[in-house]
Design a protein around this ligand. Structure first.
Ligand code: THU
Length: 137
């Protein structure tokens, strides 16, 4: 699966976003090592706190289906009704969830580059010196 194909999956996931409070819709597409793609969107709540980001939706769908080996995730987001070409970078909580299941040197995060393309970052670039399961051993 190419980076562009995975970003296209994220765009389609974004169409399912439920974001009546922020008006900011996000889609994510998570590729597992066995080649499956899990899509996620943000899901907001009137009580605000229970809202969930697109990235965590994708991770939790995958993990709840028994998948724990991941290659990369594509993320796209922006104001509802716009084509979302600006970079939408994952929040700190989502980075920490990625840290739980992914090798930070290997796992790739695909973001829009603001110029019509897709940029690649590793988790270690977005979460340097991350705290993970290894720290508790
Ligand atoms: N959001 C995501 O789903 N992922 C991100 O990477 C950034 C923020 C959501 C949370 C909330 O529903 C809306 O975008 C505005 O913060």
């Amino acid at each position: 699966m190419t980076n562009d194909e995975l970003m296209h999956e994220a765009e389609q996931a974004r169409e399912m976003a439920y974001a009546p409070y922020s008006g900011f819709t996000v889609g994510a597409a998570l590729l597992t090592k066995d080649g499956t793609v899990y899509r996620g969107c943000n899901i907001e709540n009137a009580a605000f706190g229970p809202s969930n980001c697109a990235e965590r939706t994708a991770f939790f769908k995958a993990v709840s289906e028994g998948k724990r080996d991941f290659v990369k995730i594509a993320i796209t987001g922006g104001k509802q009704g716009t084509s979302a070409t600006d970079t939408c970078s994952p929040c700190g909580v989502c980075r920490q969830v990625m840290m739980e299941f992914c090798d930070p040197q290997e796992f790739v995060i695909l973001l829009r580059d603001g110029q019509g393309g897709v940029m690649e970052k590793t988790l270690s670039q977005l979460l340097p010196l991350g705290f993970g399961a290894g720290n508790l051993q």
